[in-house]
Design a protein around this ligand. Sequence first.
Ligand code: URA
Length: 438
Amino acid sequence: MQALDLIKKKRDGRSLTAEEIDFLVEGYVAEEIPDYQMAAFLMAVFFNSMNSRETVQLTSSMADSGEKLDLSGLEGFKADKHSTGGVGDSTSLVVVPLAAACGLKMAKLSGRALGHTGGTIDKLESIPGFRVAMDGEDFLRFVKRTGAAIMEHTRELAPADRKIYHLRDRTATVESLPLITSSIMSKKLACGPDGVVLDVKVGSGAFIKERERAGELARGCLQIGRASGLRVSAVLTDMDHPLGRAVGNALEVREAIEVLKGETRGELAHLAVVLVSELLLAAGKAGRKSEAMELARARLKDGSAAAKFEEMVENQGGECGLVDNPDRLPRAECRAEVLAEKGGYIGAVSPLPVAQVANALGAGRSEKGEGIDHSAGLELLRKRGERVEKGEAIARLHFNDEKRATDELEDILKGAFSIQEEKPSPKKLIFERLRSWS
Ligand code: URA
């Protein structure tokens, strides 16, 4: 078999066999197939796509390209969660301990921030002492003991995805649906859960802007679930607006702790409950959606989710007593308020400029490997639909380096808010829920 023939085959719009896909993935990971050939193949996939059989095969070849987590020693339903990435989105910090409080086993591998979206690992690292790297044995021991642990993705798990994603990022082929589907699902398959819930963000602050395309991605992931015996739910959610009020690592941990302590009124809490309810349905812990939602909400209200978070933080070396003393999280030295230039209702808060400002204050990175200021970021003091008077604060900036908080940044943030006379009609947060099983 020759890589060149397989590139030609895909270039000419034909489909590849399972052996051919395996050959490409294995050859690329083993460095027998060079970047330029894989890049040409990816571009051929970008233009000619893959059918569902090919996408299933590509996903499984990528999942099999390295080590896998062995969760067989854990009792109960092993669950996982993935988000396609949003702004002000700390749902994993709530979902993982909440699902554990509901009796599921959450062995979650997460990544770091890159581009405009945050990363769970950076958020957790804002907790003094918290360890995101550990060996597989410790990780599984913590999941067994507490039902929840989160660690950083290892290089050994689905290495084909890491290599291919890196190349896609440099060859304008990230946006191909079969490549996105296989990238997301290969990492999930390599972690060996029984069920996974996907939060597929849609909107101007999301990787996917159109609802239709998000639905297509979700359906592709469900197909992989059906082919591999994994229960997959996908929830299509709004990302035309930041999810929470906090954007920035320690600030988001603080907000997640509020939700875990029973503050269930906001969108962050609602989404976390919806995502956990999907896992509970997949696990058979509830028969109906309303029952699953009720169970999840009850575990937030009765303090058991907060207790699981506390236990998870302590297992992983983090500051003890954080739930009762969130002031132990790092705080920026400087704060500045951004004021409304007119009165009215907030019609929209655009997520991309919000993320741009938080990152410029130090909360994010523009290059892989760059440092992060864990205490930097911003709070949205007003969200969509809320009233503001002229001169009232709409946002608060948190920063350590005064040179970063420029007038230009303040203008960008002001520009993210649209203020109107009429109260806007409520917008849906959850567009659709899809499941791979019935
Ligand atoms: N998230 C992933 O993990 N992979 C992609 O290709 C896109 C989003």
